[in-house]
Design a protein around this ligand. Structure first.
Ligand code: 6PG
Length: 262
């Protein structure tokens, strides 16, 4: 089999064939949100039954908003024991929590403002603070929640992710310093093309999750989806999401999957 290299810059790395990966093609955004909500509910039940709580890192961006709104509706809300669910963020923009760009605000408006959940179970990244301070605080929150003292990596029950057309996920952008972070759990990064700082979970944390789910919608994502899902040696940040000992699910709308020969 001839190995095809994707156009990603930087050095290529040998990546093991992905066995623990499932690709779920959805008719449209609604179906994607329903399937992801169904997974959220069943994973919550399993985690709470297994260890008394469900720890989740939420994705930012626009695609997951419909999922969060759905989780707040009677049908899903009543199936979720929010008292035993702990919400973290996979990344955040360095803005105030009421800023239009805030991932926290997006989740608050689409979910938190509509459900009954202990505020102690909500661990937002303090985008309004100096990035290094905010990253250190978020890391301290993770260490406390997961009872970590040494260099153990926390294990989320579920990490939700999106995908940028440039192959970024969370705030792990091509060429950013956070890509090579192996010690910190939360990193800060400056994204030149956005002229903005971001806070993000690092690869070791994301790849240590029991379950990771990508939510990807829209024709504009079809080229990058094809590259990442059909090219074995691919170095886009999102291609480096490979759970060490967990399951990876790609929820992809048909238009985003249009170039996949599935
Ligand atoms: C963010 C996200 C980011 C997002 C992608 C896709 O804070 O922006 O975490 O990684 O998931 O940029 O964004 P859309 O869902 O809006 O296409």
């Amino acid at each position: 089999m001839t190995k095809r290299r994707c156009a990603a810059p930087l050095t290529t790395r040998r990546i093991s064939p992905v066995t623990n990966r499932e690709i779920i093609i959805c008719r449209d955004g609604d179906e994607l949100s329903r399937k992801a909500a169904g997974q959220f509910v069943s994973l919550a039940r399993q985690a709470i039954a297994a260890h008394g709580r469900f720890s989740v890192a939420l994705s930012g961006g626009s695609t997951p908003k419909a999922l969060y709104s759905l989780l707040a509706t009677g049908e899903f809300n009543e199936q979720l024991a929010w008292r035993q669910i702990h919400l973290f963020w996979g990344d955040e923009r360095c803005v105030a929590p009421d800023h239009a760009e805030s991932n926290y605000r997006m989740v608050k408006e689409s979910l938190l403002s509509k459900i009954v959940m202990p505020s102690d179970n909500v661990y937002r990244m303090a985008g309004e603070k100096e990035p290094a301070v905010a990253a250190a605080e978020s890391e301290a929150q993770l260490r406390m929640h997961f009872h970590i003292e040494d260099d153990t990596v926390p294990r989320f029950d579920l990490v939700l992710l999106g995908l940028g057309e440039d192959g970024h996920t969370a705030s792990l952008f091509p060429g950013s310093s956070a890509l090579n972070e192996t010690r910190r759990l939360v990193a800060t990064t400056y994204v030149a093309k956005l002229n903005a700082h971001r806070l993000t979970l690092t690869f070791p944390v994301i790849n240590n999750a029991a379950q990771i789910a990508f939510l990807v919608a829209g024709e504009s994502k079809s080229a990058i989806v094809k590259e990442i899902l059909t090219t074995e040696e691919c170095n886009y940040p999102a291609a480096r999401i490979r759970p060490e000992n967990g399951q990876l699910t790609w929820f992809v709308t048909q238009d985003a999957a249009r170039d996949l020969a599935i």
